[in-house]
Design a protein around this ligand. Structure first.
Ligand SMILES: *Cc1c(COP(=O)(O)O)cnc(C)c1O
Length: 361
């Protein structure tokens, strides 16, 4: 009996060897730090369980979602798991304590919830300082008060310190924030965690006890001005599909909704089974890079919900069934993202559930 399976040709292939390779690259760059691999948002779209397995050599994992952290524990994960935004209501403290999760504490409201909680055990806490990003974290001046309150909390165990950089991938760098952090924490003998991928790669002075790489582990570059390949990273997700139609255009013919691309001469185009309902960015304009038959070409016209258009000029062998790579091996998601006015982070985690995922070991 032949088993039925989904045949629409789009697939996301996750390369676990690439995930392991990229973790190794982080290790080489930050040899004296422990690595807390960031696996939020379903491991940037790569699959939480799969990523946790591939990152077996990391000393810890970090994410946002409590449910995902509990799922990791259910499946036997023993390493420290850090909740990067901590908890949002007092009810979460019981499961956090019961399952030995580590929580960020970044505001006075969380501190008050911890003080009022009656817990089955002690929770490891990472106190987050705001050193200039003005997103999450206590003002640096409040550190000693926060630490006093944490020490007096019967539900609090080990305490560590962290901050997050606003511009480690850009011109301002990390120095200005690092100086504020150092000034505020001098003499405080607690483990520190500061570096995201960009800081890990460019600022060794920020490495400290724990680094927190995310995007680099998935094979993309955090920098607008340096490619993942130049950084020695390998793409872990390849979004691939096929041509499901091929047609010839005459001069003056236009394609897709709004007819935003018009042929100036005779040309061949391919219709690719991938659209924004698969997670491909609708804002990717004509000219966004795409591979057809392994050859680099460009998209044409407007991306639709289920299809997009590829220019087949110079690819005479292209036919219905020919492979198309939207991003991944041979075409960095960073490039596609840049063309669409976004970053690879957004493309990777925007992959939708209707795209079947396969894994290469
Ligand atoms: C997402 C996140 C990271 C990882 O950042 P990348 O740029 O993907 O390396 C590190 N720390 C915190 C607090 C985060 O939210």
């Amino acid at each position: 009996m032949v088993e039925w399976r989904a045949m629409r040709p789009i697939r996301a292939r996750i390369d676990s060897a690439a995930l392991r390779h990229n973790l190794g690259a982080a290790r080489l760059r930050a040899p004296r730090s422990r690595i807390c691999a960031v696996v939020k948002a379903n491991a940037y779209g790569h699959g939480l369980a799969r990523a946790a397995r591939a990152f077996a050599a990391a000393e810890g994992l970090a994410l946002i979602e409590l449910e995902a952290a509990l799922e990791l524990r259910r499946t036997g994960e023993r390493r420290p798991i850090l909740l990067l935004q901590g908890f949002f209501s007092p009810e979460e403290l019981e499961p956090i304590a019961a399952h030995g999760l580590t929580t960020v504490v970044h505001n006075p409201e969380q501190l008050a919830m911890l003080e009022e909680a009656r817990l089955p055990g002690r929770i490891a806490v990472v106190a987050k300082l705001n050193t200039g990003m003005n997103r999450l974290g206590f003002p640096v001046e409040d550190l000693s008060g926060v630490l006093d309150r944490l020490r007096n909390c019967p539900g609090v165990g080990a305490v560590a310190l962290m901050t997050h950089f606003a511009d480690a991938d850009g011109k301002r760098g990390v120095r200005w924030q690092l100086e504020r952090f150092e000034a505020a924490t001098t003499g405080v003998d607690l483990p520190r965690s500061l570096a995201n991928s960009a800081a890990l790669l460019r600022y060794p002075e920020s490495h400290k006890d724990w680094v927190r790489p995310g995007i680099m582990l998935y094979g993309c570059s955090p920098f607008p001005d340096e490619s993942a390949e130049a950084l020695g990273l390998k793409p872990a997700m390849t979004l691939a599909s096929e041509l499901i139609a091929v047609r010839d255009l005459r001069p003056g013919d236009s394609v897709g909704y709004g007819g935003t691309y018009t042929a100036s001469g005779p040309m061949r185009i391919g219709i690719v089974a991938c659209g924004y309902a698969d997670g491909y960015p609708r804002h990717a304009p004509t000219g966004t890079p795409i591979l057809v038959c392994g050859r680099r070409t460009r998209t044409l016209g407007r991306v639709a919900m289920d299809v997009l258009f590829a220019d087949l000029t110079g690819i005479p062998e292209a036919a219905v069934g020919s492979p198309a790579t939207l991003w991944g091996e041979g075409l960095s998601a960073d490039e596609v993202a840049a063309s669409a006015g976004t970053v690879s982070y957004e493309l990777l985690c925007a992959l939708t559930p209707r795209v079947p995922v396969s894994e290469t070991p």
